[in-house]
Design a protein around this ligand. Sequence first.
Ligand code: CMC
Length: 435
Amino acid sequence: MTMANSLSIRDNRSGKEIELPIIEGTEGPGVLDFTKFYKEFGLFTLDPGFRSTASCKSDITFIDGDKGILLYRGYPIEQLAENSTYLEVCYLLLKGELPNQDQCGEFTKTITKHTMVHEQMLNFYRGYRRDAHPMAIMVGVVGALSSFYHDSLEIDDPRHREISAYRLLAKLPTIAALSYKYSKGQPFIYPDNSLSYSANFLNMLLSVPCQPSEISPVMVKAMDLILMLHADHEQNASTSTVRLAGSSKANPFAAISAGIGALWGPAHGGANEAVLSMLQEIGSVDRIGTFVERAKDPNDSFRLMGFGHRVYKNYDPRARILKKAAHEVLADRDRLDDPLFKIALELERIAQEDEYFKSRKLYPNVDFYSGIIQSAIGIPTNMFTVIFSVARTIGWISQWVEMISEKGQAIGRPRQLYTGHKKRDYVPLAQRKIL
Ligand code: CMC
């Protein structure tokens, strides 16, 4: 981080001038340091969607949205997807470097050791309606972890933070699979520590006690890839939520539970579920035109789900990797003629040739093809966002650890532009006019 330059701002009301330092990072645009702005000018800055505002410094993930580049700790996502595994990437995100062989083995052993949840937790599930959305269960059960692990809630203790990180990473697949099994009315499947992280997750989701599960290596690899590609994405809505909740020194389970809530929305993690519903609603290739016209109509709230991104103004690199993986998984499942995949490919082609999407730089995002892969491996639509939350947990916890470890870490407390009533006096009930 360097402070190479500055920018002058002049207040035309008073003629006062201030130099704002420009801080340069290692990649991407620098930032204007506004910390003294209010003190100098008595003004706040207003940027509701954070379109021009960096909320923190971070060493973890870098995105160049114009070029379609995504780096985890400096490593391009394409190289990680080609050569690495989800657990290795988790180590990288959490600790800053790729593990050597011994570190990788030790980390895998530790995470595997923590996969079970307290038996008492199973009672929580039985309190939910069977038709509850699994994300509703996730928000509750992950928050409830804090009532079981009092021994690791000292957030200022680095060892406590590490244990909480391990517990979250290890238990999230189990918690997610339990939420699915409960909604299906099927028996809970316990973790099998002889399996890899992703194979175990699929086994807990898809197997039943009365017959062996048919989980192919291609399915396991696809799940691992989906987890890896969703692992972190710098300061998105859910990660910012985790940071803000955590900045009050709330425990990590509470902060991650807040993040799961933020992820649920269809503009964020809920989009993968919405993509599949949209493809089903389109139904056939000849109906695509109608939906594209609707997406372009300013008087229609319909949007092409899985298209567009706040940061990417180019093809989302994760979508490119998943498009290729979709071919492999559908071939493995003998479903290359999958009608939804055909609609998706054609929809992408039509939208990419359309001036509306071209001029607004709207490309497929990570959610566009991930649902097709997940449904091909037997995961139901309402679990897509849950899988996203399992994958993103390592990003959330790494960002939380980074924030809490920072010297001088302060509570996040945005200000506002107040547009309500000016001060006025209370009117007793009997004297209020009928409006
Ligand atoms: N379909 C049709 N038009 C769109 C779409 C879309 N999917 N996305 C953006 N636009 C239009 C939008 O109407 C606006 O047009 P105009 O300039 O005429 O008003 C222009 O493009 C800019 O859109 P915006 O709403 O200002 O962009 P944003 O950065 O605030 O929103 C977004 C980003 C992801 C919320 C949005 O593109 C969207 O709603 N996409 C569909 C939902 C989706 O796929 N979300 C997943 C995002 S990636 C995974 C994740 O973050 O979890």
